[in-house]
Write a protein that binds this ligand. Structure first.
Ligand SMILES: C#C[C@@H]1N[C@@H](C)[C@@H](O)[C@H]1O
Length: 435
């Protein structure tokens, strides 16, 4: 163990109510919205390769031309209540919004910059309308905040000269003021989702991330913050130089899922196209179906993780049709099968090829989320020695009990119900422990 001043500030899983609520939420929404949404992944009438929220760099847009987007920020179709209604319909329990992405434009009227909504024709406090609408729907709100800030004159991606370090530490002061502002103006915020901590400047001065963590806990001891914020004084990210997780959960699973359950709390954030977070008018490549998203959500839950699906609203403030469709389909599935996700954790059963087990923290049931229908027509379940299946039903068809048959020692087979709608189905098991 190397002595560290700015490594992990605490060890082990948090056991307080705020963190337990984060765990039980399981399913979240990401909202990427900013000036980049107006460009929609196109510039001068041409499609721009790369992630749409990175268009300033991808299309080599000058500061002046990019800032001109503030004059187009009118949002005639923006209605936070509609965003919140659709999030509720999808069945998410929390939502993370980009208060400020790498571009530096702020979705709230900040006291510390004029590069924000107050300088646009829209003019309103978008963040407040989002917080109020989602809170009204009972959805917890989290703030994404980019450490990188391409607009701020004092941001430095690397610090090489005395002038760089003076500027960078002025920027850190600005950042601390904005974080304080966000936590005091919007006390409903449950946690922060920091991004952009890979640049050399942040890795060189990891203490600034320790300072942010300390600042947030002084303002709200229950605030939740993932590992992506943190860098220790040796430049180690997410896990400190002694291998200890920094922050409250592993926040490295961006567009990927672990193969097996990590030891720590963790969260996966996922895009519907291959890699578009901000609005891209012309989605290309594979667009994930609701069935694929449901399988990822079940996989995450089966490994004690949270799953957050990204929406990139359009430059007029409306949601795109494909995302509304996604919300409808996933929401319909969650209405029937949400008990296999919300408040669920990894089940103590041997994983099988047909899909994912989850176990509800309280109700004692084990759930089988079947994503791969067996050609044999039989779903295999291996139980601990002596345990038996006391009750076995398909969610939505509770009146029709399935009859498991013992096929070998500890192994049972359940006749697989027919798949009608192209979605995973869920079997609920009541197990009776062996004597
Ligand atoms: C890289 C990168 C950023 N991290 C994702 C969560 C998006 O915000 C993307 O722009």
């Amino acid at each position: 163990q190397i002595p560290l001043k700015y490594g992990a500030s605490r060890e082990g899983k948090r056991t307080d109510a705020a963190m337990q609520r984060w765990r039980e939420n399981r399913f979240g929404q990401f909202i990427h919205f900013g000036l980049y949404s107006l460009a929609g992944g196109h510039w001068n009438g041409k499609y721009v390769e790369g992630a749409a929220e990175w268009i300033k760099g991808n299309a080599r847009i000058s500061d002046e031309d990019y800032e001109a987007l503030t004059r187009q920020f009118v949002l005639p179709e923006f209605d936070a209540r509609e965003w919140a209604r659709i999030a509720k319909e999808m069945g998410v329990k929390y939502s993370v919004i980009t208060t400020k992405h790498h571009e530096g434009f702020c979705l709230w009227p900040s006291e510390y910059t004029d590069y924000d909504v107050s300088r646009t024709p829209f003019g309103r406090d978008l963040l407040k309308e989002y917080v109020d609408a989602y809170t009204q729907e009972g959805i917890d709100v989290y703030f994404y905040y980019s450490i990188i800030d391409w607009n701020h004159p004092d941001w430095r991606s690397r610090v090489e000269t005395v002038e760089d370090s003076l500027a960078f530490f002025r920027y850190c002061d600005f950042m601390n003021k904005q974080i304080t502002e966000l936590m005091t103006r919007y006390p409903e915020v449950k946690g922060f989702w920091f991004d952009g901590t890979w640049d050399k400047s942040v890795v060189k001065f990891g203490k600034i991330t320790w300072d942010i963590e300390q600042l947030m806990h002084r303002l709200n001891p229950g605030i939740i913050c993932g590992s992506r914020l943190r860098v220790d004084e040796k430049g180690a990210r997410h896990f400190d130089t002694n291998g200890k997780l920094m922050g409250d959960y592993e926040q490295g699973w961006e567009r990927s899922l672990p193969e097996k359950a990590p030891q720590n709390d963790w969260e996966c954030v996922m895009t519907i196209p291959e890699n578009q977070w901000g609005y891209q008018a012309d989605w290309r490549g594979h667009i994930k179906s609701a069935t694929e998203i449901i399988e990822m959500l079940a996989a995450a839950t089966s490994m004690n993780g949270n799953f957050v699906l990204n929406f990139g609203p359009k430059g007029d403030g409306s949601l795109r049709e494909e995302e509304k469709q996604m919300a409808r389909k996933v929401g319909k599935w969650m209405q029937l099968n949400g008990e296999a996700i919300y408040g669920c954790v990894q089940a103590p059963l041997k994983p099988q090829k047909w899909g994912y087990y989850t176990r509800h923290r309280d109700n004692g049931f084990v759930y089988m989320v079947v994503c791969y229908q067996p050609v044999s027509g039989m779903l295999k379940v291996v139980l601990p020695t002596g345990s038996v299946i006391e009750n076995c039903v398909v969610l939505g068809k509770e009146g029709m009990e399935l009859k498991p048959e013992k096929s070998t020692k500890n192994e049972f087979v359940i006749p697989a119900p027919e798949v009608k709608d192209g979605f995973p189905y869920v079997i609920r098991l009541k197990l009776k422990e062996g004597d």
